[in-house]
Design a protein. Structure first.
Length: 335
């Protein structure tokens, strides 16, 4: 064959190859063919129309994803863990209230005194709030006989701490509100977050004050004086509180469900109560955290990149024992 013939053949082969391997903006390789905008090898794959192909099961993962290492074939899309933005069905409010009484009052009913002891702070009654991962308030309760037995500022603070912990945590990383303190100071990576996520005053102060602390989605009264739902129930209040007392909530299969916030005592005591309360309601199947043990426990001193100021020597010691006395649990993800 002469030189001109060879060159002609090469040009023709190149043109054919280019026509075969160009798939949208993608240049396919070798024997690959075009399937929509995706290249695939017809000898080992199928045309998935843009969906993911699983080489293990040799099928197209329609509306799904290829499984991670250790799993086979196609796996369903990651479930949100909630049915929607207003879903609070995963929370047993009665159980939350009983556990709060147990942790703060040492009994299964509201504290009969205004100064319950045992959590290494001012011995105040406290508020506890829960939000789901979208920020919707699912519970607002308090440990005392009535609203007058608590620090009133704790109501909104507890809701904000719950929102803070939930909104900063992810399915792979749990951050307590205490872990955010150091980096929320001037020059820190979260400096200014309080101003960009302010409490919505229209939501925070709406409704009847006589209902403050009333149960959300509960069949039992919060205490002797309040039976109707707190006006915060079902609303997104927002707010940022970069101090102790807020913890993210995770289900047994590893879903981030929302956050728990406790307020009304020192921030260190609020954290201690929140940790024990989360453990009691069995929503502490957390992923990796930033404290030395790999959890979202409070870290001292504040000079640590994720540190928090100490409140008292007793509270520091109590906080450091939380991991051993009330250990977090390991999630078992569903297939």
């Amino acid at each position: 064959m002469n030189v001109k013939g060879v060159l002609a053949c090469l040009v023709m082969a190149t043109a054919v190859a280019m026509a075969q391997v160009q798939c949208g903006l993608t240049s396919c390789l070798g024997n690959e063919q075009c399937c929509g905008t995706t290249c695939f090898d017809p000898t080992s794959q199928g045309c998935c129309g843009g969906q993911v192909f699983s080489p293990v099961s040799a099928t197209c993962c329609n509306n799904a994803k290829v499984c991670s290492a250790g799993q086979r074939g196609c796996c369903p899309p990651q479930d949100l863990g909630l049915s929607g933005p207003s879903d609070c069905s995963w929370l047993n409010v009665d159980n939350l209230l009983t556990e709060l009484f147990q942790v703060v009052c040492g009994s299964t009913s509201a504290c009969s005194i205004e100064s319950p002891s045992g959590n290494f702070g001012f011995n105040n009654n406290v508020w506890a709030s829960v939000v789901n991962k979208f920020g919707t308030v699912c519970a607002v309760v308090f440990s005392g006989q009535n609203v007058a037995s608590t620090m009133l500022a704790g109501r909104l603070q507890s809701a904000s701490k719950a929102y803070t912990a939930s909104s900063f945590s992810t399915p792979a990383l749990a951050l307590s509100s205490a872990n955010l303190y150091a980096q929320s100071q001037p020059g820190g990576i979260w400096w200014g977050s309080e101003r960009t996520n302010a409490i919505d005053p229209a939501m925070a102060y709406s409704g009847d004050q006589a209902s403050w602390g009333g149960p959300c989605n509960s069949t039992a009264s919060n205490n002797q004086t309040v039976s109707s739902s707190d006006p915060l129930c079902g609303k997104v209040v927002g707010g940022m509180q970069m101090v102790g007392g807020g913890l993210a909530l995770y289900s047994a299969d590893g879903h981030l469900l929302g956050g728990l916030g406790v307020a009304g005592d020192t921030s260190c005591t609020d954290h201690i109560i929140a940790w024990r309360l989360r453990n009691g309601i069995n929503l502490d199947y957390i992923p990796l955290g930033v404290d030395p043990s790999g959890t979202d426990n409070i870290i001292y001193p504040a000079s640590n990149p994720f540190g928090h100021p100490e409140c008292s020597a007793a509270a520091t010691t109590a906080s450091q024992l939380l991991g051993s006395l009330y250990p977090v649990k390991t999630a078992t993800p569903t297939a």
